[in-house]
Design a protein around this ligand. Sequence first.
Ligand code: AMP
Length: 424
Amino acid sequence: MHILVVGSGGREHALAWKIAQSPLLTRLVCAPGNPGMATLAETRPAAATDVAAQVALAQEIKADLVVIGPEAAVEAGLADALAKVGIPCFGPTAAAGRLESSKAFTKAFCERHAMPTAGYAVFEAAAEAKAGLDRFRAPFVIKADGLAAGKGVVIAKDRVEAEAAIDDMLDGRFGQAGARVVIEEFMAGEEASLFALSDGERYVLFGAAQDHKRAFDGDQGPNTGGMGTYSPAPILTPERQAAAERTLIAPALAGVAREGWPYRGVLYAGLMLTEEGPKLVEFNARFGDPECQVLMLRLDSDLVPLLHACATGRLGEVPEPVWRDESAVCVVMAADGYPDDPRKGTVISGAEQDFGPDVVVFHAGTARGEDGRVVAAGGRVLNVCARGPDLKTARDRAYAAIRKIDWPEGFFRTDIGWRALKGA
Ligand code: AMP
């Protein structure tokens, strides 16, 4: 099979790493890819959101399957364009992708299908939004409507902060994404992520994970795209998972099909585990980054038949995914200054050594310098991942690997997994 992986982050490196192990694979191309992906696939310069270039590349390499990594490519309509030329695509159409790309759309969708989530209101003007705060109690949850790379949410402790956030979001900082704000009821609880693969008609659950969004230890500092993750997530007990499947995953995938835009790809449900049961924080129309990394380390099955079955509406014909009875951890190494102003161009040594069979280092924001050395080229730069018989072992292995990487201008959290380990 010829496969094209679209994207250039740690998530896509992890997908490519797992796909590369498939006996079904004959050619793997990643676009644009990164230096890590270049060690196991061909890389081509097309941007993930350059739909015309990606389609042309898929045709040129006679792709049997295109795997979309990032949400921006979903929103750009890559799946729609590939459908027109008859190339199977793992990743939803732009219409189905609105479950991620518009928070206002998703809240209305949840209402139509009676799915548990926070109460909300949508506003286009600052004055109305501020008056609308009357309907909510502190802390106030203020969100930009569209894709804002994980930075479009403010949890404001009081009205002053809430009003400032509203002004901020509606002043054009987020472009189209900030043309509307959503105000939500605050949900208290612990968060977990649940994944499902869907072929448009059927779905199969695809693991769970927990992540760490704040930049620094002890869940301090600014929100980020994610500083680390682990799977499984013990907090998501079988009962809670079954409840989330019944009240969120199943109705969402049935709902999209009924509304005429069947979903082919991975649906990622961000859950708040409240006292009243799991409630939806958000849907994502792609794998989480770095959640994908730990799922790939734990997945025992061949990934390719699953992705291809989703893309071709044949999920009923492939075996259900089988997972290793192990835990996996991913620790993100970020460049100093991340998330606001990450320092670029610093040299990283030791990231490409052999760390043994249970450790994998995925590249996220790296580039190769002229002398061939790996340099930082983004905010989140490396994903140091490990698996082991239990979470603690996996985590110890990841941190042991990090100690072998020499990058003085990078930082990482030292407490990934603390929630799950506190009771262990
Ligand atoms: P989102 O981009 O919608 O996933 O929101 C980012 C983060 O903000 C989530 O992971 C939660 O930690 C937090 N959050 C979002 N919505 C709510 C809510 N209604 N109540 C409490 N926390 C929330």
